[in-house]
Design a protein around this ligand. Sequence first.
Ligand code: NDP
Length: 386
Amino acid sequence: MSEGWRLSEGRRLSLSKPLIALVTGAAGQDGIYLSRLLADAGVEVLAGVRAEVSRLVAGAPRTSTTGPPTDAPRTSTTGPPTDAPRTSTTGPSAVEVRAERASKPRGRLAYLDHPRITVIDLDITDTAAFAALLRARQVGEVYNLAAQSSVARSWDDPRTTAAVNADAVEGMLAAIRHIRPATRFFQASSVQAGTSSPYAAAKLAAEGAVADARARGLFAVAGRLGNHESPLRPPHFVSRRIARAAAAGDVLDIGDLSPERDWGHARDHVAAMPLLLRLGSPIDADICTGVRRPLRDLAHAAYRAAGLPPEEYVVEVGAGPRPEDPASLGGSPDVLARATGWRAQTSIDALMAEMVAVERRRLESGVEDDASYGGFGSAGGFEARR
Ligand code: NDP
């Protein structure tokens, strides 16, 4: 199954056996980095995105979802790579697929343009669709990255947060147990799990579902992720707002900058996920740097990268920390390091320099999404920048 993974000297993953992996939430920050990492390592990636995202490929509404793709050879997924990612709903007609492949991918799908990545519609709350996919494809690994991932938003919509971040996980694990019990499952949990928010409660419940599944014999693990950022963070997240303000040369006035978090780079953190799934037996582990720094340090790093004096541009007035926000949050990478050799590689100076540089390109070009922002070469290669 997952045997054959190894992390080479150059920190690249390689694989000795063919493998199909499903990545949920594949148009999110981590989903993009992980899909590219797996595909570059030779894995056939089913990149699950919600229908409204996958529609961006064709730019037109879909008309049919007639059943899951199968492992039988299909003309729609063979042949030379095109410049659009291969796309499938839970069963588009051949005509639909041809129309989509003639189009250049747009929006966040631009990052998933790789010959070994197939974009599929998958809302993880639709357990029946997930089960159908498991029946149809020999999925060896599932990386569940889909989530309502904003703590702040979870207060506004606790129901959706619980449905996506907890109930759907239980549903997927039950389907795996009944249909394809050899499939290995990675759950993206959080160092927030167990703190006070609907997001944290749902992540903790999902960890419980993973533990139950493991007790029933599944290879299921939860990786408790610390904060990790990148140019591919959606715009409403604080690190993107900081990078944007620094790149624009604006004063940063977003309130309290004292909360301490464990800041890492998404590219580093996703590399830990397949390593956890290749262990001889499943363990849960923190995926983080082990160092906590105040948000202020992130802001100062961004302005230094922009060549602007932070003490003149970063102001801290107004609201104090939200009472529900923990003053300090982090974890320890030691369990993971001992088990897999993984360690975070990117300093916050390097992280913010990369984010500010990409933000400048966005401001100059007006283009929000471009594969190069993630460091992805046009031929599907991955250019690491430290
Ligand atoms: P993102 O918000 O960038 O990506 C999550 C993706 O999940 C989005 O593309 C979102 O789509 C999608 N999604 C939401 N609901 C559903 C659904 N019902 N079915 C299918 N897809 C859905 O988050 P990250 O990539 O940053 O995080 C990945 C995982 O890691 C998440 O589980 C997150 O909670 C966890 N995590 C992340 C941390 C971080 O610092 N980044 C820290 C700790 C944990 P849409 O945009 O359309 O809503």
